[in-house]
Design a protein around this ligand. Structure first.
Ligand SMILES: Nc1ncnc2c1ncn2[C@@H]1O[C@H](COP(=O)(O)OP(=O)(O)OP(=O)(O)O)[C@@H](O)[C@H]1O
Length: 347
């Protein structure tokens, strides 16, 4: 549905030129929710604004539903943009218009008749749960309600694609969850393709099917969300993942932890599970096979992209050879194994 090929963006010229986006390929399939995550200044906004040509790419092609936007005339581009909805961090509502009038705006611009507009606005108010607030002004609404209006307005022309530019970054955690739930419902009910940018891994974990990490204007890693959480390759990806996983090493263990093995110390492992491995009885199997005792310190099993994944902190009690065999066996069974250090039995 969305196909970017070698899309790049340079702002400015000569000595003051900034390469915000290096040549980038990105494919988002029909009905998918795709998240691009990155730190401030990584190039997220540039990337998403290139998708509807709010920002003209310096190079590359942007094909949406089979149409190459970069080659279109301004008039055709205006029509194409109607099929690409967009919502923003700060909602961008017109303060002088009521909720219903904000939602009606794109329909008025498209030249629909009054009766049809009224009917469509009512449907959209129901969809976003704001029937009671049709005649309120934006200043009378909470942040979450404002974003619901923005979503309804974006959906008014029945777009095939919705772009979300940090849509929940100005909202509190509870409101964030309700807006994400609404986006997911819209994606399911309308089959809408969603491309979102965010700096929060929790957003990705909650609603995305696929994710890409952007850093210094380059997509450094991408994949299915569930796979990504336990197989991320780059340190940057792992940092984002760690920000959502709550698996601290207990303080009492940290005191006894060293980087290298010592006499009377045992390896402390962080195990990452996904897909099938999360449901396989691999811990009891290594126990039987290699005679290791496994002590589980903590575990965090969650759902992302409709698949279970999780992390486990575990200490292994066995001779070195059996520990090495255990680690090899687990890796062979698609478990990500990280040796965090070696825990002395006593202080
Ligand atoms: N209009 C512009 N002119 C010049 N440089 C720009 C312009 N817009 C963005 N940049 C630069 O391009 C780079 C990427 O910016 P961009 O806004 O895309 O990043 P971002 O990941 O969205 O960051 P944030 O989360 O802080 O909005 C940054 O170095 C930024 O300073």
């Amino acid at each position: 549905m969305i196909n970017l090929t070698a899309v790049s963006k340079v702002y400015g010229y000569g000595d003051s030129a900034v390469q915000a986006l290096h040549p980038t390929d990105l494919q988002v399939k029909r009905g998918e929710i795709f998240g691009v995550i990155g730190a401030s200044g990584a190039g997220k906004s540039t990337l998403i604004r290139c998708v509807n040509l709010l920002e003209r790419p310096t190079t590359g092609s942007v094909v949406i539903d089979g149409v190459d936007l970069a080659t279109q005339s301004e008039r055709d581009l205006t029509l194409s943009r109607r099929k690409i909805g967009m919502i923003f961090q700060h909602f961008n509502l017109l303060s002088s218009r009521t909720v219903a009038e904000n939602i009606a705006l794109p329909l008025e611009l498209a030249g629909l008749d009054k009766a049809r507009i009224a009917q469509r606005v009512t449907e959209l108010l129901v969809l976003v749960g704001l029937q009671e607030r049709a005649h309120a002004y934006p200043s009378e609404l909470s942040g979450g309600q404002k974003q619901r209006v923005a979503i309804a307005r974006a959906l008014a022309p029945e777009p095939k694609v919705l772009l979300c530019d940090e849509a929940t970054s100005a909202l509190d955690p509870q409101t964030t969850q309700s807006i994400l739930a609404l986006l997911k419902e819209i994606n399911r009910r309308l089959g809408l393709t969603i491309l979102l940018i965010t700096h929060e891994m929790d957003v990705v974990k909650t609603i995305c099917d696929k994710v890409a990490i952007i850093h210094d204007g380059r997509l450094v890693e991408q994949g299915e969300v569930a796979w990504f959480f336990s197989h991320a390759q780059t340190a940057l990806a792992r940092d984002f993942i760690q920000s959502t996983i709550h698996l601290p090493i207990p303080e009492e263990y940290q005191r006894r932890l060293s980087a290298t093995p010592e006499a009377d110390s045992w390896p402390l492992l962080r195990l990452g599970f996904t897909g099938q491995s999360v449901d396989s009885p691999l811990i009891s199997e290594v126990s039987r096979r290699f005679g290791v005792d496994v002590s589980i310190l903590s575990a965090d099993i969650e759902y992302a992209g409709g698949v279970k994944f999780g992390y486990l902190l575990a200490e292994l009690f066995a001779p070195t050879m059996a520990c090495e065999q255990t680690i090899e066996f687990l890796r062979h069974h698609q478990i990500q194994v990280e040796v965090l250090g070696y825990v002395r039995s006593h202080d």
